[in-house]
Design a protein around this ligand. Structure first.
Ligand code: PGA
Ligand code: ZN
Length: 428
């Protein structure tokens, strides 16, 4: 039987110049598979935690202990496992770690190893990862890109409160066209910012770093960028927001620093619902804080069935938290991030829980990324209709969009799910 022979851990560097963990799984048939852990900045409190060494080096962010765990304990425990039995290998790592938040060995050590096992198993089977993960599917499609144009919040020195101002090419016929339209809007937004003297460079995920006076000004500029690029806002290019409210509020109180306002849950909800009415917004992520359950349920009911109310920090890619949110009427779409869960098995369990709840799902990257493109394969292989990887600039982002183009070529067509497969396409 083909079996895992060893796992090699090494320290590599992410898109923000921080250390992160790469794992390389070697099988007895000589095949290897490799993956790198990403890292978040606006993290939810229920996420699997990255193991960081502390101390002086690299601001305490070094990962020598997590790398040592991969080379030592994790490699030892996985030796002899069938690489095709992802669930058994992941469970062995979870048991070995022994903590609820993966803090002993590190979520970064676990997720890199877990993804590397899948890469090795796919390579050993002579298949691309997306096809290996989708072995039981007969039909594949590309995910609809959700792309950041302006970056704010924790990713841009809190210049505006809202973290991501994004576009979704809701009218595009296929993945290739969705990227082409996005490229035009990104360019148009850059030109607008230059002309208005608002250009300050780019934020963590490659979106323009805004110098806006208010949060709403960013929305106005986004609509203008869509129009300047020649598209109809709403019909062809719609807006999507990640409010990341956990970053500026707790216990039902929120500080909108850009707008110089302190608001409670009701006032924040009212402001956002007003935006949903006045701007062509089809998706809104973490509109309220991760602890604001009742307000989130109220917001979801009011936002209506044709807007995606996306849970990121609110559910942290946890099947249990998705079930609880669904039971409480909060949110209708799950953001799926493998490193929040810790292993691919738990990531898939969260996706399955979202599907059982009748939710939509979006596979997502983190603000700290690398050349690793595993998440693109997860989206295609698992049949997830949407993908969020940050902006349309910088190679750690473009590596993902470009991988989608390669997969589209193999699929002999770049079909995405039809428009009416999305909540906003079902007619308001
Ligand atoms: P993060 O941001 O990776 O910094 O958490 C991404 C997001 O909030 O969706
Ligand atoms: Zn988010």
């Amino acid at each position: 039987m083909n079996a895992i022979e060893s796992v090699l851990g090494r320290r590599v560097w992410d898109s923000r110049g921080r250390p992160t963990v790469e794992a390389e799984v070697r099988l007895s048939d000589g095949v290897t598979g490799r993956a790198i852990a990403p890292a978040g900045a606006s993290t939810g409190s229920s996420e699997a935690v990255d193991k960081r060494d502390g101390g002086n080096a690299f601001g305490g962010l070094d990962v020598q202990e997590a790398v040592a765990a991969v080379n030592g304990e994790i490699s030892d425990v996985l030796r002899g496992f069938d690489p095709r039995d992802q669930a058994a290998a992941d469970q062995a790592m979870i048991n070995l770690d022994g903590t609820a938040n993966r803090s002993r060995l590190g979520g970064n050590a676990l997720v890199a190893t877990s993804m590397a096992i899948a890469h090795a198993a796919a390579a050993s089977a002579g298949q691309p990862l997306w096809r290996y993960l989708g072995e039981d599917r007969s039909d594949f499609s590309l995910p609809l890109p959700e792309v950041q144009i302006f970056g704010g919040g924790a990713h841009a020195g809190r210049r505006v409160d809202i973290q991501d101002f994004m576009v979704i090419a809701t009218g595009a016929q296929g993945y290739t066209q969705a990227l082409e339209w996005t490229a035009e809007v990104y360019r148009a937004a850059g030109t607008l910012m230059q002309d208005a003297g608002l250009m300050q460079g780019v934020a963590d995920e490659g979106g323009f770093w805004p110098a806006f006076e208010t949060n709403e000004q960013a929305l106005d500029y986004l609509v203008r960028a869509i129009e300047r690029a020649g598209f109809t806002p709403g019909d062809e290019m719609a807006i999507s927001l990640d409010i990341a409210a956990t970053d500026f509020g707790a216990d039902g109180r929120y500080r909108l620093a850009t707008d110089a306002r302190d608001v409670d849950s009701d006032a924040l909800s009212e402001m956002l619902l007003g935006w949903l009415e006045r701007y062509p917004i089809v998706a809104i992520e973490d509109p309220l804080g991760e602890d604001d359950h009742e307000a989130m349920a109220k917001f979801t009911a009011a936002a209506g069935p044709h807007v995606e109310v996306i849970a990121d920090d609110f559910i942290c890619t946890s099947a249990d938290l998705i079930k609880a949110a669904h039971a409480g009427g909060a949110c209708n779409t799950a953001l799926i991030k493998p490193n929040q869960a810790g292993t691919l098995t738990e990531t898939k369990a969260a996706l399955d829980a979202a599907r059982a709840a009748g939710w939509e799902s979006i596979v997502s990257a983190r603000s700290g990324e690398t050349e690793d493109v595993t998440i693109v394969h997860l989206a295609v292989g698992w049949g997830v209709k949407q993908l969020k990887v940050g902006s349309f600039a910088r190679s750690e982002r473009m590596a993902k969009w470009n991988e989608g183009l390669r997969i589209a070529e193999v699929l002999e067509g770049d079909r995405m799910a039809p428009r009416d497969a999305f909540p906003w396409g079902r007619g308001a």
